[in-house]
Every structure is written in structure tokens, then in C-alpha cells.
Ligand binder design. Sequence first.
Ligand SMILES: [Fe+2]
Length: 599
Amino acid sequence: MSCHDIPRRHLAFTRLLYLSVMPAKSGDARPSRSPVSRRQVLAAGGTGLLAATASTTRAAARTRRARAAGGDGTPEQIHLTWGEDPATGVVISWASPEPATQPRVRIGQRVIPGEPRQYSDGINGGTVWTYHSRVDGLRPGATYAYVVTADNDANVADPFTATFRTAPHGRTAFRFTSFGDLATPNTAWVLSYGQSAYAVDAVESFQPLFHLLNGDLCYADLNPTVQPEVWRDFGNNNQTSAANRSWMPCLGNHEVEFDNGAQGFTSYLTRYTLPDNHVPGFGGRWYSFRVGSVLFISLDADDVVYQDAGAFVAGPGALTPVASTGNQAIEPGTSFYLKGYSGGAQTAWLQRALAAGRLDDSVDWIIVQMHHCACSSSATGNGSDLGIRQQWLPLFDRYEVDLVLNGHDHDYERSFPVRGADADAGHEVATGAVVDTLRPHPVTTTDNGVFDTSQGTVHLILGCGGTDANLDDYGTDTADGSSFPGGSPPRTPPGQAKVFTQANRPVPTSTADVFTRAGADAVEDATWSAKRDTSTGYGIAVFDVNPDPEDFGGHTSITVTQYHAVGADPVNPATGVKGAPTPDYTEFETFTLIRPRRA
Ligand SMILES: [Fe+2]
């Protein structure tokens, strides 16, 4: 189904799951989700639907066992990810406030134990219990119901149930959605905001087969003494959608947490079970999966970017973990910098994955998901990063990656198709000296709404999920009239992008024991920038994959529609107008990607 079938959609959401609406900031009303389990009415007619009713006698017996077992093993933060083959398998993951006794999933006649996985947070020492049930052997394109419970589930008499659909097999039309930078609706946490609840509802409203969550999931690292609590609010907010369809994440800079594993990813890796990349020591950090004729590749750009944007102690005080962790105080000026952590293993894997994808006649499209940006002209956000351009864009060119989906900057921006690089197109901010930013070269600057991505890769910035810091303002270069040489028509004002070409490690400020990290060190004219949403920092991208070649003369196509939530900005950066979270997502733009269909 094309998204043209949804005429300028105004989304009205039923918020049955909100138990309360509490004032958060003056003038704001934010929805708050309870961590109690969601009930769903099972729709008949699907394939393999499971009757979820337990007998009264059995339920009473389980309740007695739960009391005897002690602790609260009630499932929460329930979410799905694809298994190794999305057509035949999913992984059902969840958490519980205390250790669960006999955690399990029931699907059809099968009972699948939840594999326990736990960790203790390296800062506050809190223990997190999670469970993962891998469900394989399913039928492609089929709907299944499942139950999640445990012996000490407080809802054991009426346990959590939901349904999901497996991916179709072969060249078939399907829809997916994407955004990054979601946060939680609990504004007690730094960078959380009520829009994140509406964003989750927006996913549900479009009923995609799955959703791509492009990093910076909940900003727990910015709330370092309560990280597990922030993750819990994130998981319970997402459950509204992620229990019904796979949410496939990637790592962002805010998944990097002090004292939580070699790269700080323990909170993330404990909660998610992701397709195996078969690279020893780096499981879960990057992966790929196939749906229909599309190869999806999810990368961790923390490994290649110059920008230092992970966990950071600015000072003046140290960050002191609780004594039970045994961890030392983290002194002001300390940051968790990851560039090069895989020793080249990720880039080598990427090259193999891309090569195999382009040798496979059943693959038409290659879509990359990663958090940081190669093509962002955000003014108050981060901007672009030379590290991605050096290490990965040449591979994207060589193997004709069609589309790159990012987050990181809290806005919406679309590039023209780009291939190759313009040399010496940047300038150092400090000196004005020429610096080679490897500026991606647009293969066209005609914005006619249809782009052949066999000729160049389109980059989309989708950091428009729900976080508090809307950054929908973009760089301009009013002093440089040649910003878009040959552009047709010329854009006003010309765009300018910031580019990190060096590591911005912490440096002292004039205040004792207080440190800062500088912004990008270079700028360039953003000749590759095609469209920027200046009206709101919030939205969701909807992708309709159409393998039928009839519409575009032998080409297969993906129609992309960006819906945005106008008025949701806490403060509009262009006008200063104060906004508030809103459930109304309306169409911002639609365009179509085409490429020749394989054999
Ligand atoms: Fe980020």
C-alpha cells in the first residue's frame, strides 16, 4: 500500500494505556505511562493465534506459587526484535522488577523459556533482570499471538498478551518506519519529553512491519545516577508498539555509559538480542537482516566518528559510583571516547556484508541505519563527521547503498543523492584555512521528488523522535554566494554544514575543574542538502517498499513520507514560540527512490 493512500493524515491517538496525565513543566502536559502490563484483545483470523485464557484453577495455583517464590517477576518493557531470519523468527525480550521465576513465552502450543540476562549498573549498583525468548520456525507473513509470564507474575491470572506479524518472503511490498533520539515521557530525566509517548503512538498508527530506532534511545548517560530507571521508563513507553512489531535499534553516543562494559554498552546489550554479526567480541554492536528484497545494515558509528560525544563528566564535581560497585570516582574532564574501538573489524564486516548483498540477485535495496551523520547541516546540533566520510562513504559508493538513516541531530534533513567527494571544500572554523572535509558530491541538485539511488546515496537525518532538545535550525552562509554552484534553482539562504574533522576531547574552561567539549572544527557549503524542516524538530518517516517495477519503467521503488508534529517544539528555535507535545502528525514531504530491479 502506498502512503498516498493516507491522505494528509491527522493522527488521533487513543491513549487508553495512560493511567495519568501529570503536569511536567509549566505549560506542558505530558502523558505518563505506567509500567504495568498492557492487555490486548486478540483478534481472530490470524495464523497460529493462541488462546490466552488460563483456567481459574490454574491461575490460583500460580498466584500461590508466585507468593511462595517471592519477588516481583511481572513482565515489563516487553519488546520484539527480528530473529536471524525475519520471515521465520523473532526474539521476545522483557524485564522484571525483581528476578522472575520460570520466565517464559507461550506461543501456540510451545512454551519457550526466557533466557535470563542481568547486570548491575556501574554507577548506582542497581541490578536489572531481563529475559529473551527466541521464537523460530514461524511461517512468513503470518500473525501470531504470544503470552509473556512467570510463576511470580503479579498478573499471572491474566498475563500479558500481544500479537506480531512475521516478515513476508521474497519480493513483496512492505512498510517500515524510522526515527531516532526518542528519550522517555518522564520529564524528571534530562532530555526526556512528552513527545516521546506520541512518537511511539505514531509508529503504531502507521502499522509498519517493523521500526528502525536510530540511536540515542533514552539518554540514560545524562542521568548517570539513575540509569536503570531511565531505561525502564524508555522500555515501558516503547512497549505500546515494540510488543507488537520489531523495533530494531542501533547504538548512538548516548548509549555509551561509564563503568558499564568495555564500550559502555552493557545497558543496551543486556536489553536487546540482535541478529548475530559473527564477529567475536562485538556481538550486538552491528548487524544486518533481510526483509523481502531489502538488505538492512545497522552500524555503530561510535567506532568511526571523530566527535567525542559519549559519556562525559564536565565537573566541577567528580562522578562517584556507589561503594558497592567497587568503581572509582570519575574525575572532571573524563570522557568515554570510542573511535577505533573495533580495530577495523566493523568496517571489514561492512565491506563483506555489502559485497555479499550486491552479489545476491534477490537483493534490490541496501539501507543503512546508523546514529551519527555524514550529511547534516544542523546549526545548533552536531553536524557532519569526517570519520564516516573517510571510512564508510567510499564503501557506500562502491556497493551502491541506496539510503542512509541517521539520528543525532534533532531535526529532519534530506540530502540529494551523493557519490564521490569534492576536494578541499571546507574551512577551519578557527583559522579559515582550507581543509578537506571530503564533501559528498550531489549527483543532481534538481529536487523533482524522484531519485535514482543506483546513481547516488540519499541520506536522511531523522533525529526527530521525542527528545527534549529540538534542534531544528540549520546552518547558513550568508557571506558566501557560491554555496550552491550550479544549483537549480538556487536556494536562499545558502546552507552551511559544520564538520568534525578532529577529535573534540574535553578541555578546561576558565572555571576551575569545569571542562567542555568544543563543537565542530570546520564548515563547508552544504551543496548536498536538499530539504530541511524548519517548522518542528519532531516527526516520523514512513517507507513503503514497492517491488512492482511497472510504475517506474522497470525500476523498483520506495516511497518515503515524512510526517511531522508541528508545534511540538518546547521552544521553536526560529521564532521563540513555546510549544507542547502533540499527537498530531501531518505530512511534511513525500519523495520516491527508484533503482533498476535485479534479475
Ligand atoms: Fe547523538
